[in-house]
Design a protein around this ligand. Structure first.
Ligand code: MF3
Ligand code: CO
Ligand code: CO
Length: 287
């Protein structure tokens, strides 16, 4: 079998999930760190009066300065280094595009300027030496309402409850069930229309990582699986609607939505979070 060593034969489960080698963790660690450093820097930048396009410009510059490449520019025709999803935008908000109106707020039309009390998810994906780092966090402009703060906390806690399930032998259903249980116990709902995903040398790979489900169902986790967990949690109903731009997803009932995302890897005895904040920020809504 000349020329066939373990590196020329990638290991894949029957569900099509790639099992990476121990040395691949180093690549994911570098990519995850770049994203986390960039997200760490955004806390002080998010203020009332700032345009979402300016935040995107900043991220684009930082990615370049750090010697990385944006995974989203050119991805399926997307043209930006971030997705910025404000208030009732669930995900894939386009920086520089008008923030869609809702019944619950008054804001000037025809611009992308943040106003006092806005909450927003900023999602960044970079490629470093071929490896993808994908993470997002919530930020606040000015002083958000108490129910908005609470939604952010519930969503972050739901993500971490999901991550706590990650170890060899657990199932993807265990992750989804833990996330769903936490969000629903808090009176919030889990978005079904978008999910996490495998990643590594590719941006979006199997499996679909659902943020709801039943314990013990779905594929079993094995060492070397790399994937994102990125729950979207709504204050109201879970249904979403994609706007005519083909990207922006909003809540159908225009209720507030929040999201956090980490890229993780399954280790021999648990989980490594590749995108944890190097500054130790829980999330940079506290300055
Ligand atoms: N970063 C997003 C995710 O979590 C994907 C964004 S794709 C884009 O998977 F094209 F909208 F940027
Ligand atoms: Co993702
Ligand atoms: Co993302």
């Amino acid at each position: 079998m000349k020329g066939l060593d373990e590196h020329s034969a990638p290991r894949v489960t029957k569900e099509g999930i790639r099992l990476h080698e121990p040395e691949d963790f180093a690549g994911m660690r570098r990519a995850g760190r770049v994203v986390a450093e960039i997200l760490d820097a955004l806390g002080p930048i998010v203020e009332p009066g700032v345009r979402t396009a300016e935040i995107d410009d900043f991220v684009r510059r930082r990615i370049e300065e750090l010697g990385a490449v944006s995974a989203t520019i050119g991805y399926k025709g997307y043209r930006h280094a971030t997705c910025i999803s404000v208030n009732h935008v669930v995900c894939h908000g386009i920086p520089g595009s008008e923030i869609p109106p809702s019944k619950h707020e008054r804001r000037p039309r025809g611009n992308d300027i943040l106003i006092d009390g806005d909450i927003l998810n900023i999602d960044v994906t970079v490629i470093v030496d071929g490896w993808h780092g994908d993470s997002s966090r919530m930020y606040v402009a000015g002083r958000p309402k108490p129910y908005a703060r609470r939604l952010i906390q519930v969503t972050h806690d739901a993500l971490m409850k999901g991550i706590e399930q990650v170890r060899p032998g657990a199932t993807f259903g265990d992750i989804g069930a833990a996330i769903q249980a936490h969000a629903e116990a808090a009176g919030c709902s889990i978005v079904r229309d978008f999910c996490g995903h495998g990643l590594g040398r590719v941006f979006h790979a199997p499996p679909n990582v659902l943020h709801y489900g039943r314990p013990g169902t779905g594929p079993r986790l094995q060492p070397g699986m790399f994937f994102t967990i990125e729950p979207m949690v709504n204050l109201g109903r879970p249904e979403t609607q994609v706007l005519a731009d083909g990207w922006t997803a909003i809540t159908r009932d225009r209720s507030l939505s929040a999201q956090f995302e980490h890229s993780v890897g399954v280790t021999e005895d648990g989980c490594e979070i590749f995108t944890l904040s190097p500054a130790g920020l829980f999330h940079p809504t506290r300055r």
